[in-house]
Design a protein around this ligand. Structure first.
Ligand code: COA
Length: 415
């Protein structure tokens, strides 16, 4: 506990423990204050369904929760397939208790608990990128917020096929999502609760748009893709200038994918199609005859932390054969610090302690950044002066192996 905080008195006694169901309303209110926003009873209901209190930690002062940090039990796809990943969430501290080390203490205890429970990887969305590197998280995925002029032409004609508008229904969307997400790094399994969260559509969050809709792309195999979207009607000086707000477009084959985007771009009376999260290698950009017409903003998506370095590194596959000794530096979780030999390839890997000389010196946050096979590569971190090559050739070998041939990772859903 830090002494001398400018934000009030240093608390006399602070207890740290798992939340119970009874603590959740207070913790939720704390988050409202920490994030500076208001939530509705409907927000609470959808969010509460996702929370397992035993996976959520709180710091208490005189019985009142003053800081909180939780972890959803996700099944997220990493290079090699879906794996359990702790989805860190609900991180906040009462505004009167900031900068006293409370969240540092919770995040350390959370990582110890995850390690003890055999959960080797944690991921989170950062409200601010500057917060989490000190805790060993690295930016593992990047996304682009895209705005594309309606009517934008494609480089090739899109074969005609059945399209159906429908009220979004997890029973219909679920199988498409499930087929697609298993090979998409950063995408997570969705049960009924996560579908309620994905489809949550209160008027307060619509930014003036109509209720959320789905459009389904039918094919010989049944529903082969869907888009979740809403339209916002708008006129400027009598000219139609509506917006299409797209939540996600998912398909099991390229034809259905192109057809869905063609549909969204061809909606009448719309001027622009917007989507919040796509990967930097979004296929729509390859379909557009004039890709420059699409305006994009790149930003960090999910951050990854290797809770248990050997468990995490042995838990994914590698794009190419790799055999390197990593000298891992991890001040926050000292159990990871040391020399680890990683040997593996496309079918799996082992990672064991070694006394051989280091090939690469790697801060743990850089391993987290590279974990999903995205563009925060070990080579990029070496170019930034963070990863250091000790044996010539080791950086190229390891950086290539940590990559992944599929689409770049990103999470389409904020957790
Ligand atoms: C961000 C937040 C969780 C930090 O909690 P806290 O208990 O004040 O953090 P700590 O006192 O443990 O600070 C740990 C370190 O992180 C730094 N830090 C904290 N918040 C930071 C921020 N927003 N940006 C940069 N650094 C930050 C602190 O300066 C401290 O650094 P030091 O150890 O070098 O002194 C808290 O300010 C908060 O609730 N913010 C609003 C909600 C939010 O953004 N939550 C994160 C959701 S992903």
């Amino acid at each position: 506990m830090r002494i001398g905080s400018p934000y009030g008195q240093t608390p006399a006694v602070t207890e740290m423990r798992a939340l119970t169901a009874d603590d959740l309303p207070d913790a939720w209110q704390l988050l409202e204050h920490a994030f500076g926003g208001a939530n509705s009873p409907e927000d609470w209901e959808v969010e509460l369904a996702l929370v397992e209190p035993s996976r959520f930690l709180g710091s208490f002062e005189d019985g009142q929760v003053v800081a909180v940090a939780g972890a959803f039990a996700l099944e997220m796809t990493v290079p090699g397939g879906p794996r359990p990943v702790a989805g860190v969430t609900w991180v906040g501290v009462r505004p009167t208790h900031r900068r006293r080390g409370l969240v540092s203490g919770l995040l350390r205890r959370q990582l110890e608990d995850l390690r003890a429970a055999g959960e080797p990887v944690a991921a989170l969305w950062a409200s601010q990128g500057a917060i989490y590197q000190r805790f060993g998280y690295g930016p593992a995925a990047w996304d682009v917020q895209l705005a594309v002029p309606s009517g934008s032409a494609f480089t090739r004609p899109v074969p005609a096929g059945g399209m159906r508008m429908a009220t979004p229904d997890p029973a219909v969307l679920g199988p498409v999502w499930d087929a697609a997400r298993r090979t998409r790094t950063g995408w997570s399994a969705r049960d009924e609760r996560w579908w309620s969260y994905r489809l949550f559509d209160p008027e307060s969050r619509r930014s003036g748009a109509a209720p959320l809709l789905s459009v389904l792309a039918d094919g010989p195999a049944g529903v082969e893709g869907y888009a979740l979207y809403a339209t916002r009607q708008q006129w400027s000086s009598g000219t139609p200038s509506g917006e299409v707000h797209v939540r996600e477009v998912v398909a099991t084959n390229p034809e259905a994918y192109a057809r869905l985007w063609r549909y969204l771009l061809d909606l009448d009376l719309m001027k622009e199609v917007r989507i919040g999260f796509v990967g930097p290698d979004e296929p729509l950009l390859q379909l557009l005859a004039e890709p420059r017409a699409a305006q994009g903003r790149l930003k960090d998506n999910i951050w990854v932390r290797l809770v248990d370095v050997p468990g995490a590194l042995a838990g994914r596959c590698y794009a190419a054969p790799v055999d390197v000794v990593l000298e891992v530096v991890d001040a926050f979780c000292p159990w990871n610090t040391g020399l680890w030999r990683l040997t593996g390839g496309p079918d799996g890997a082992t990672c064991t302690p070694t006394s051989d000389p280091a090939d690469l010196t790697v801060p743990v946050a850089d391993l987290g950044g590279a974990y999903l096979g995205g563009s925060s590569t070990l080579a990029a971190r070496a170019a930034a002066g963070s990863v250091v090559e000790r044996r010539p050739g080791a950086l190229a070998q390891a950086s290539t192996a940590f990559g992944w041939p599929g689409p770049l990772p990103y999470s389409p859903l904020v957790f």
